[in-house]
Design a protein around this ligand. Structure first.
Ligand code: AMP
Length: 180
């Protein structure tokens, strides 16, 4: 089973993806985690970490190459949850081409009001959670990533989940939506 988690920064994608992946025995694939693990001792690492700090997106080519290599690893062969990829239409189209007939089974969209997102992101204290970067990331989401919902909607695989409230209750609603 292959599931994509979509939603704005701060919606709780990472937290929910970890819990739902563990419930279904799927690999958790997060491009953000993969980028954060890059060393600033390398040219690529320095370039990517600087882009992340600004809140902009890492170029599609770099991201797609890294993601495709990741989902070919052994632990992803029984399925995975994509958390933070694709984020642009070009990435979604590359993924469609890469998966072919073996396409995504579910798209989970986590919905949280924008004023709550800003509060959560400012409270989180990650290296890229400065006020400027938070504003940039919310704008980038609305411009580049939110349109992906319309890309997947015609396939009938999109489930909208209310992302406010108790973490375990939200996990249960996601699992129920996937199993129904
Ligand atoms: P995340 O942990 O998903 O919030 O990602 C943190 C940062 O990593 C983003 O703000 C981007 O700079 C970068 N990033 C993660 N995933 C992608 C992606 N699919 N395409 C481009 N940049 C990404």
């Amino acid at each position: 089973m292959k599931i994509l988690f979509l939603g704005p920064p701060g919606a709780g994608k990472g937290t929910q993806a970890v819990q739902v992946a563990s419930y279904f025995g799927l690999a958790h694939v997060s491009t953000g985690d993969m980028f954060r693990a890059l060393s600033d001792e390398t040219e690529l690492g320095r370039r990517v970490l600087a882009i992340m700090a600004s809140g902009e997106l890492v170029p599609d080519e770099t991201t797609i190459e890294m993601l495709e290599a990741r989902i070919e690893e052994d632990d992803a062969q029984d399925g995975y949850i994509l958390d933070g990829f694709p984020r642009t239409l070009a990435q979604a189209e590359a993924l469609d081409a890469f998966l072919g007939d073996d396409s995504l089974d579910h798209v989970v969209v986590l919905e949280v009001p924008e004023d709550e997102l800003v509060l959560r992101l400012m409270a989180r204290g990650r290296a890229d959670d400065t006020e400027d970067s938070v504003r940039t990331r919310l704008g980038v989401y609305a411009r580049d990533t939110e349109p992906l919902i319309a890309h997947y909607e015609p396939r009938g695989i999109v489930r909208h989940i209310h992302g406010l409230g108790d973490i375990d209750t939200i996990t249960t609603s996601i699992i129920r939506a996937i199993e129904s």
